[in-house]
Design a protein. Structure first.
Length: 93
């Protein structure tokens, strides 16, 4: 697992563990990464930054998000050490 800095090198950063599944894992070319971001970063901003980095094909509106194993709202705050999962739609049959 590698750590990616998307925030300036200041004391006001936090490290978030991001997990990817399905098409997002394929596009990110990894299943997990540690990401350093500014403390004020929202889930929406986190996905936007990672989407630009990995060129994700899915817009945020098509995804669910979970923080520390619980479904979350895109407006929920994240904290240093949190684990975030972006969940793609699941088709069943």
């Amino acid at each position: 697992m590698s750590t990616i800095d998307v925030a300036p090198n200041t004391d006001a950063t936090m490290t978030i563990n991001v997990l990817y599944f399905a098409s997002l894992a394929d596009e990110a070319n990894c299943q997990e990464e540690a990401v350093s971001v500014e403390q004020s970063t929202s889930l929406t901003e986190l996905y936007e930054q990672l989407s630009q980095k990995h060129r994700f094909s899915r817009p945020q509106a098509e995804l669910r998000v979970a923080v520390n194993d619980y479904f979350a709202k895109w407006t929920d705050q994240i904290h240093d050490g949190d684990s975030v999962v972006f969940i793609t739609p699941v088709a069943g049959g």
